[in-house]
Design a protein around this ligand. Structure first.
Ligand SMILES: Nc1ncnc2c1ncn2[C@@H]1O[C@H](COP(=O)(O)OP(=O)(O)OP(=O)(O)O)[C@@H](O)[C@H]1O
Length: 790
C-alpha cells in the first residue's frame, strides 16, 4: 500500500514513477516517440472501432505502455462492459456503466484514466489528474493494486487515500500524486484541511459503486467533494446496480452521459454461472443451520453475511471457541484498519476458510475462488442481494449462493428478487443433518461474561437492524420470537430491548392522543424527557460523527450510516434542492478543523483546569504561570512556531523564579515544623500543670494529713524579724496556704525553667493561696519539721 509507511510510499512512487534515470539523448528520443504515438492515438480516436468489432485489447487505440501492462497481467480479451465503455471513455464522454458483478468494470475505468493522462502528457508536477472514489477502504485498496499492475509502465504516481491511515503522512505527499484512489470521507478531509491538496486541474473523476457513493450514507460528503471539483472534467460512473436517479446525475453535472448496460438485454441481472438458492427457516434456527453448513463444507471457501458488526463479532468469537475444523475470519467496519487489511489479504490467500462479514465486504471485492456466499440475515433489498451474491461466480468462474429467509421475510423478498430478474430456487434442509451447538454455546457464555455481553449486544443489534429497515413488508420485528432467538445465541435470559419499549410507549401515547383519551401526565413527561435526552445525545453524536466522518468512511460502523428513511435518524427531504442540501451541509458539517478554529477563536484552552475557592474566586496557581517579563512579552507576541533561542532564554528566566519559589517553600516548611514542635511541648507542659493541680486538689480533698493546726512559721519568723509585710494579710484563707515569697519564686522558676529554654512565655503571677495549696507532702513535712525544730 502506498501510504502504509513512509518507506513503502517512496518505493511505490519510484517504482510507479521513474524506473531508471535515462540519459538525455535517450530522453529526447523517448519524447519524440511518445509525441508520435500520442498523435497517432488521437487520430485513431476519430475512427474508434465498434464494440462488436473488438476482439482483443489490441483492437483499441491504446498506448504501448498500457498494452504492455495488460499483456503482463494476462488481460487479452476485453469483457463486454470493457468493449462497450473503453472506446467511449477514450473519446472523452461521460459514462454511466452498469454490468453484472465480476464483469470487469475496474479495467473499464482504469484504462481510460491511464490513456487520458498519457495523451495529455501528464507529469508528476501537474498534480492530481484523476480521482477514483470507492465506498469502502478494501475496495479502494483493490483498485489501487490493479492500477499498480496495469499501469506499471506509466510514469504516473498514485496514492491510496483511505481512513484509518496516517493523515499527516498523506498530507505532505498529496501534491505529488497524479491518480488518487480514495474513500469519500478521507478525500473531503484532505479537501478541507490540507493546503497541499489541489485538484483544480483534475481531468477525470470515477465513482466505483456509484449508486452506493451517491446514496444517503455519503450524501453530505459527496456534495462537499463535488463542490470542490472543477466542473470541466470527464466523469465515469460504474456499478452493477447503476443509479438512474436524475437528481444524482444532476448533482454530478454529467455532460450528456452515455448509458452502457450490457446486462440490460440479459434475462437475468446476476452472473450466469451463479447458482442461487434460498432456504426458509425460523430466526432461532439460523445458528444451527450455519454451524451445520460450516461443518459440512470444511474444504471450501465461503462468505457469511450478517446485518451488523456486533453479530459478526459474536458469531466469529463463539464459533472460534466451538472449533469447527476450518479457519474462521471476521471483517467488519469497527475493526482497526490494519487488521481489516490483514484479514482481507488472509481471505484472498486461503482456499479453505469461512469469512463472517457485514456489508463492507459486499461491494466490489474480488476474492478469488469463493465457492459459497451465505446471506444469513436477509439483505436490505435486491440491490444488496446482487452485490453480496456477486462475491462468487466472478469472471467466468462458477459459484453458489444461499439466501436464508424467515417465513415472515419470504413472500416480499422473493417478490423483490423476481422483480429484479434474479432467478432463485428453494432448497430444503435435511433436519437429520442439523447439529445444534446451543448447549456448548450456553456453557461458553456461562464461563465468560465478556462473551455473554457480546451475545447480548449481537441480539440487540440484530433487532435494531430489522427495526430500521425501510421495507416493512420484508422486515417485521413483531414476527421475531425474542426469547427463542436469544436462546439460539446461547443466552439463558432474554436481554431487555429498551429501544423497542420506548418506541411502543411513544406510539401508545400518540394513539391515545389521537383518540382524545386522557394521558397519564407523568408517563408523558417521562417519555418526553427520554426523547429530549435522546435528542441531546443525538446532537452531541452528530458533532462527534462529523468529526469522525473523516476517519470512518465505510458504511457499517454500527447502525449509523443508513440509506433507509423511515426511522428516527435524521434524513434529507427528497424534495430538497441541491442548493438546500448544500446550505444544510454548511450548517451541519463540523469538521475537526472547524472545531479547532472555534476553540482558538473563543480562546478556549483544552484540558485547562480552573479551581475556585469558596467565594467563587479563581485560585491562581502561580507555579503554572509565567512570571518573567520576557515570558509575558513572548506570549503576547504569539508569532506562531517556536523560536528555540528565545525559548531557551525564556526558560532560564523562568528558572530563577522557580528557584526563588522553591526556597520560599522550604523555608515555610521549616517554620511550620518549628511551630508544630512548640505546640506539642506546650501541650505537654499544660498536661503536667494539670497533674500538679490535680495533686493539690487531692491534697485539699483530705486524702493527705491535715496540718492546719500547725503554727504559721512565716508569721513567727516575720515577728522575730519585726517584718510581717511580706504576707498577704487580706486573705481570709488559712495561713498554711500562703507560701513565703522566696519559696514561691523558687518553685515558679523551677516549674518554668524547662519552658524558658524553648520558648519565651509571659510570666504569669500565681496567687499565693494557690501556691500554698501546691505543696506536696514532703515539702509540708519539711516545713513542719523546721517549725517544730524552731
Ligand atoms: N478482460 C479481462 N480478462 C480477464 N480477466 C478479467 C478481465 N477483466 C477483468 N477481469 C478479472 O475479472 C475479475 C472481476 O473484475 P472486477 O473486479 O473488475 O469486476 P467488477 O465488474 O468490478 O465486479 P463488481 O461489480 O463486483 O465490482 C477480476 O479478477 C479481474 O481481474
Amino acid at each position: 500500500m502506498v501510504f502504509k509507511n513512509k518507506k513503502k510510499f517512496s518505493h511505490k512512487i519510484n517504482k510507479f514513477g521513474k524506473n531508471k534515470p535515462s540519459k538525455p539523448k535517450q530522453k529526447i528520443k523517448r519524447h519524440v516517440r511518445e509525441d508520435e504515438e500520442i498523435k497517432k492515438l488521437q487520430e485513431a480516436y476519430e475512427n474508434m472501432p465498434k464494440s462488436s468489432d473488438i476482439k482483443t485489447f489490441d483492437d483499441f487505440p491504446l498506448s504501448s505502455l498500457t498494452r504492455k501492462g495488460l499483456k503482463e497481467n494476462k488481460y487479452k480479451i476485453p469483457t463486454e462492459i470493457q468493449k462497450q465503455s473503453i472506446g467511449q471513455a477514450l473519446k472523452g464522454n461521460d459514462i454511466l456503466g452498469a454490468s453484472k458483478t465480476g464483469s470487469g468494470k475496474t479495467l473499464a475505468f482504469l484504462i481510460p484514466i491511464l490513456e487520458n493522462l498519457y495523451i495529455k502528457k501528464w507529469t508528476r508536477i501537474d498534480g492530481v489528474g484523476a480521482i477514483i472514489i470507492s465506498p469502502t477502504r478494501e475496495l479502494a485498496y483493490q483498485i489501487f493494486e490493479t492500477l499498480k499492475k496495469v499501469g506499471s509502465h506509466h510514469d504516473f504516481s498514485s496514492g491510496l487515500i483511505i481512513g484509518g491511515k496516517n493523515l499527516k503522512f498523506e498530507k505532505c505527499r498529496m501534491d505529488q500524486v497524479n491518480i488518487i484512489i480514495c474513500t469519500p470521507g478521507r478525500l473531503l478531509q484532505h479537501m478541507d484541511e490540507n493546503p497541499l491538496f489541489n485538484c483544480t486541474s483534475m481531468q477525470i473523476l470515477v465513482l466505483d459503486e456509484a449508486d452506493r457513493c451517491l446514496d444517503m450514507g455519503f450524501a453530505e460528503t459527496m456534495n462537499g467533494i463535488i463542490e470542490n471539483l472543477p466542473p470541466e472534467r470527464q466523469t465515469l460512473l460504474f456499478s452493477a446496480t447503476q443509479t438512474k436517479s436524475v437528481k444524482d446525475l444532476a448533482r454530478l453535472s454529467l455532460n450528456s452521459p452515455i448509458y452502457i448496460a450490457p446486462h440490460e438485454k440479459s434475462e437475468v441481472t446476476t452472473p450466469t454461472l451463479l447458482q442461487q438458492n434460498y432456504v426458509i427457516i425460523n430466526q432461532e434456527d439460523k445458528i444451527t443451520m450455519l454451524w451445520s453448513f460450516i461443518k459440512s463444507h470444511l474444504k471450501q471457501k465461503s462468505i457469511v453475511f450478517l446485518s451488523s458488526c456486533k453479530q459478526v463479532k459474536y458469531i466469529y468469537e463463539i464459533f472460534s471457541r466451538l472449533r469447527p475444523g476450518i479457519s474462521l475470519l471476521a471483517l467488519y467496519g469497527t475493526l482497526h484498519q490494519d487488521r481489516r487489511m490483514a484479514i482481507y489479504d488472509e481471505f484472498c490467500k486461503r482456499s479453505k476458510v469461512v469469512l463472517f462479514a457485514t456489508d463492507i465486504a459486499s461491494r466490489g471485492l474480488d476474492f478469488p475462488i469463493v465457492s459459497w456466499v451465505i446471506q444469513l440475515d436477509c439483505p436490505e433489498d435486491a440491490t444488496a442481494y446482487i452485490h453480496r451474491a456477486g462475491r462468487t461466480a466472478r469472471h467466468n468462474a462458477s459459484g453458489e449462493s444461499l439466501l436464508v429467509l424467515t417465513p415472515a421475510e419470504e413472500p416480499a423478498m422473493l417478490e423483490e428478487l423476481k422483480a429484479n430478474k434474479i432467478p432463485i430456487n428453494q432448497i430444503s434442509i435435511d433436519p437429520q443433518r442439523l447439529f445444534s451447538p446451543r448447549v456448548k454455546m450456553e456453557a461458553f457464555l456461562a464461563q465468560s461474561q465478556e462473551l455473554k455481553e457480546s451475545a447480548q449486544r449481537a441480539f440487540i443489534a440484530y433487532l435494531k437492524s430489522v427495526y430500521l429497515m425501510k421495507n416493512k413488508k420484508i422486515f417485521n420485528i413483531e414476527a421475531i420470537n425474542f426469547d427463542e432467538y436469544a436462546k439460539s445465541l446461547g443466552l439463558v435470559v432474554t436481554p431487555r430491548v429498551r429501544f423497542l419499549q420506548r418506541l411502543r410507549k411513544k406510539k401508545e401515547m400518540q394513539q391515545k392522543k389521537l383518540n382524545g383519551e386522557e394521558i397519564d401526565e407523568n408517563n408523558e413527561q417521562d417519555t418526553q424527557s427520554e426523547d429530549e435526552d435522546k435528542d441531546k445525545k443525538k446532537q452531541a453524536k452528530s458533532i462527534d460523527l462529523s468529526a469522525l466522518m473523516a476517519e470512518s468512511d465505510d458504511d457499517d460502523a454500527g447502525l449509523v450510516r443508513l440509506k433507509r428513511k423511515d426511522h428516527d435518524i435524521e434524513d434529507h427531504d427528497e424534495s430538497q434542492t441541491l442548493e438546500e442540501i448544500k446550505a444544510a451541509r454548511k450548517e451541519k458539517l463540523i469538521t475537526k478543523a472547524a472545531l479547532a478554529k472555534k476553540l482558538l477563536k473563543k480562546k478556549i484552552i483544552p484540558n485547562n483546569k480552573i479551581q475556585f475557592d469558596d467565594d467563587g474566586k479563581i485560585i491562581v496557581n502561580t507555579a503554572k504561570q509565567l512570571q518573567s517579563d520576557l515570558a509575558k512579552e513572548y506570549e503576547e507576541a504569539d508569532e506562531g512556531g517556536i523560536d528555540i533561542e528565545k525559548a531557551r532564554e525564556l526558560l532560564r528566566e523562568e528558572d530563577k523564579y522557580d528557584r526563588q519559589r522553591f526556597k520560599e517553600l522550604v523555608k515555610k516548611k521549616h517554620q511550620d515544623k518549628k511551630k508544630k514542635l512548640k505546640k506539642k511541648k506546650l501541650a505537654e507542659k499544660k498536661e503536667s500543670d494539670d497533674e500538679i493541680e490535680d495533686d493539690a486538689d487531692d491534697f485539699e480533698s483530705g486524702s493527705e494529713p491535715d496540718i492546719s493546726w500547725l503554727p504559721d512559721y512565716d508569721k513567727i519568723k516575720a515577728k522575730e524579724n519585726g517584718n510581717d509585710e511580706d504576707f498577704n494579710d487580706d486573705s481570709d484563707e488559712s495561713p498554711i496556704h500562703k507560701l513565703p515569697k522566696k519559696l514561691y519564686e523558687k518553685k515558679r522558676q523551677a516549674s518554668e525553667s524547662s519552658l524558658e529554654s524553648e520558648i519565651e512565655m509571659p510570666k504569669a503571677k500565681k496567687p499565693k493561696k494557690d501556691i500554698a495549696s501546691k505543696l506536696n507532702l514532703i515539702e509540708v513535712e519539711q516545713l513542719a519539721m523546721s517549725l517544730l525544730g524552731s
